[in-house]
Design a protein around this ligand. Structure first.
Ligand code: ITT
Length: 210
C-alpha cells in the first residue's frame, strides 16, 4: 500500500477531497489526513497564485512527513472585483477561515453591481515524499454571485455562488452534485491518472516525528 496524505486543515475541503478520491476507487493507496501528523507545522501561503500556494503546501508537507502528499489551493474570483478575493479568499474579511464575515464582505462589495460573474478555481498538486511536485491540475467552475445567500451545505462562499449549470446555489446542492461540477471535482478528476500510478510505487514508510 502507498500512503497518500491530504494536506489541508480546511474541514470542508477535506470532506470533499475524501469523497472525490472515494469515487475514483484508487487501488493500493491508503489516504491519511493531517490529524495524525502533529509533526506538520503551519504552511505560510506566501504565493501570489493558486499554483504557487498549492506547490508550497504539497512540497512542505511531503518533506515534513516523507509521504506522497496531495494539496490544493482554491478560491473565488469575481469579475467586477478584478479577480478578488482570489488567493486571499480564506481571509478576505481579515480572519482566516471566517466564512460568515467573508460572505458579508463579498455581498457588500457587490451592492448595486450588476455584473455578478464569478468563478471558483482549484489547483491541486501531488508531491513525492522528497517534496518534488510530480503533477498539477486546475479546475474551474463558472457562475455568478447571488444577491442573498441560500443553502446550508458545502462551506465557504457556497451560499453566495450560483453555478451556471444550475438554478441552485452551491450550498443547496448535495455533495455528489457539487462534486460533479465543482472546481475541486474537476481538478481532482484530472489528477486521477497521476494518483493511479501511485499504486505501483514502493510502499512509503513515511517519517515518524522524533
Ligand atoms: P488549507 O490551506 O489548509 O487547505 P484553506 O481554507 O486555508 O485550507 P485556501 O487558502 O486554499 O485553503 O483557501 C480556500 C478558500 O477559498 C476557502 O477558505 C473558501 O473561503 C474558498 N473556497 C475554496 N473552495 C471553495 C468551495 O468549494 N466552496 C466555497 N468556498 C470555497
Amino acid at each position: 500500500m502507498t500512503r497518500l496524505l491530504l494536506a489541508t486543515r480546511n474541514a470542508g475541503k477535506l470532506r470533499e477531497l475524501e469523497q472525490l478520491l472515494g469515487e475514483a476507487g484508487l487501488e493500493g493507496v491508503v489516504v491519511e489526513t493531517l490529524s495524525g501528523h502533529a509533526e506538520v507545522g503551519e504552511v505560510e501561503e506566501t504565493g501570489e497564485t493558486f499554483d504557487e500556494n498549492a506547490h508550497l503546501k504539497a512540497a512542505q508537507v511531503a518533506r515534513a512527513t516523507g509521504l506522497w502528499t496531495l494539496a490544493e489551493d482554491s478560491g473565488l474570483e469575481v469579475e467586477a472585483l478584478g479577480g478578488a478575493p482570489g488567493v486571499l479568499s480564506a481571509r478576505y474579511a481579515g480572519r482566516h477561515g471566517d466564512n460568515l464575515a467573508n460572505n458579508e464582505r463579498l455581498l457588500r462589495e457587490l451592492e448595486g453591481v450588476t455584473d455578478r460573474q464569478a468563478r471558483f478555481v482549484c489547483v491541486a498538486a501531488l508531491a513525492r515524499p522528497d517534496g518534488q511536485i510530480v503533477a498539477t491540475e486546475r479546475g474551474v467552475c463558472r457562475g455568478s454571485i447571488v444577491e442573498k445567500p441560500r443553502g446550508a451545505r458545502g462551506f465557504g462562499y457556497d451560499p453566495c455562488f450560483l453555478p451556471e449549470e444550475k438554478d441552485l446555489t452551491m450550498a443547496e446542492l448535495s455533495p455528489g452534485e457539487k462534486g460533479a461540477i465543482s472546481h475541486r471535482g474537476r481538478a481532482l478528476r484530472a489528477l486521477i491518472p497521476a494518483l493511479e500510478r501511485l499504486s505501483g510505487e514502493q510502499p512509503t514508510p513515511g517519517r515518524r516525528p522524533s
